[in-house]
Design a protein around this ligand. Sequence first.
Ligand code: URA
Length: 212
Amino acid sequence: AYDAGPYLPSRGGLAAHRRAAADCQGCPLFEDATQTVFGKGAESARLVLVGEQPGDQEDRQGEPFVGPAGRLLGRAVEEVGIDMDTAYVTNAVKHFKFTRPPGGGKRRIHKAPELREVAACRPWLLAELRLLRPEVVVVLGATAAKALMGSSFRVTKDRGALLPMPPGALDQDDQPYVVATIHPSAVLRADDRDSAYAGLVADLRVAASALD
Ligand code: URA
């Protein structure tokens, strides 16, 4: 089965994990991607934001949320009074998955990861959370939400609420709250962008309210 587990270092902090993740071959996505895109941000972050997977720009630059979705996310986060420099951003899946247009064009079209690819990558995400010990984790969209909360989780039903982590996911005393919301890319694609954006901001406000 696909599994990043064997590639995780048995000790060390975020830097050691980032270095090890660069060589991850826990699923086939490493083959076509440019590089692993590990999480980025303050080691002291009280807030962690989790996306789906790196996009085209992130794959090229090696950092999460540096493209259009990232700019929108940054604006929404700052709007609820959080300095982006105090947060940590990462993805459920750490390699870019894409297809080419039929006929063999050069454009790279984002493709949703399979459940088994999300499951394979989960040890990296859980390690990030274990090392950061944030107060609140915001899961952006269905992929991140299911990665953390389980496959039956529905963002449309349970977004914008302070939720506990599922029991046993993180083996530690202090458990973060989880807030689910839509993905910033979904805001960019929405027919009514303004109301989709307002919904994202409202959910982020719930997350912000739980920060000390
Ligand atoms: N979308 C994501 O889910 N993550 C990124 O890093 C960029 C876009």
